[in-house]
Write a protein that binds this ligand. Sequence first.
Ligand code: UT7
Length: 359
Amino acid sequence: MSKAVKAQIIGWGAYVPRRVLTNADLAQMVDTSDEWIVERTGIRERRLAAPDETTASMATIAAERALASAGADPLAVDLVIVATATPDYLFPATACLVQRGIGAKSAAAFDLGAGCSGFIYALALGAHAIESGACRYVLVVGAETLSRITNWQDRGTCVLFGDGAGAVLLGQAHSPGGILATHLGADGAGADWLILPAGGSRKPASAQTVAENLHTIQMDGQKVFRFATKIIPDATRKVLEQAGLSVADVDMVIAHQANARILQAASERLGVPQEKMYANIDRYGNTSAASIPIALCEAADEGRLQAGQRVVLVGFGAGLTWGAVLVEWGEKIPPKRDLPWLLAALRRWWAWLLRRFRR
Ligand code: UT7
């Protein structure tokens, strides 16, 4: 279906914390080995947030970088969506903290919870907000501090996760391309397979929930694995069908980075060669809603996304949820270095200084 106005990714930025936790480090903490982790997951290391870093602080840096790469003024942003399973607070929304941090005073802001599919959900909603004419610029962020909800004694999960943030700025497409199609889905029947049981209204925090480790990720890894290997190809095909395209028309697939074996199985089932499946899981592990935007930023910065190329972003996760977005990469319009640009750059610099000062 062709639409009058299309949304396009016009800026992108990512942030990962400095601290690296290697498989060798983990082998000192639980009964595991570098060999097991690499063979079963493809992960070699992951990043962990410093004590003074949070989902909001990492999301803010990624958002600032996305604005800077587009040369956009934060005051032009109409909407900030932060996809996360690890918000700073149950409320207020982490998106409001980001909105404050970047000085997007004209923007509405909310969080979106769709597990590891969150960034895809947020991107689809952001694109629809632009296509409908409701918004001109939407900042879409995926950010996680999973290290704070990881059970560091559970070798079945603690080797998998990492922290980080990625953001894109959506604007109206001024060149051919843009976000061509979106597909979202959910199946609550698998809600218990990947869950943080306590801390919500069903099991509020208590001494007992803490003692029972119910504030950490609980996962049935094998069930999620089987779901993932089926849903990535299904969602990818669905989003392509909507645009009247086939797998052969795709230049790159950026799937949620949960396990290298999942990426490999998806590549085989889809018939997409391995080199078209972007992978950085070896360096960051599974960063949930942040994994796709971090990978997208790296692919773009490496020059692997050229104007006119088609990329499918596809995620799956807790809920169960899944989603895919088909993007035709546009020409990068260099930021105008005019007075508003200079003022915006100064504002960003000032906000950065204030943050450093407050730490
Ligand atoms: O983004 C959220 C979505 N999450 C996912 O996509 C995760 C999907 N699931 C997976 O990636 C995989 O299921 C895991 C990586 C979590 C686990 O791999 P697996 O091949 O399914 O292993 P398994 O759970 O079947 O365990 C095999 C063996 C078990 O030992 P026994 O019972 O055979 O003696 C585990 O206890 O491996 C053992 N094991 C480990 N051994 C060393 C589990 N974790 C570890 C470990 N180190 N870290």
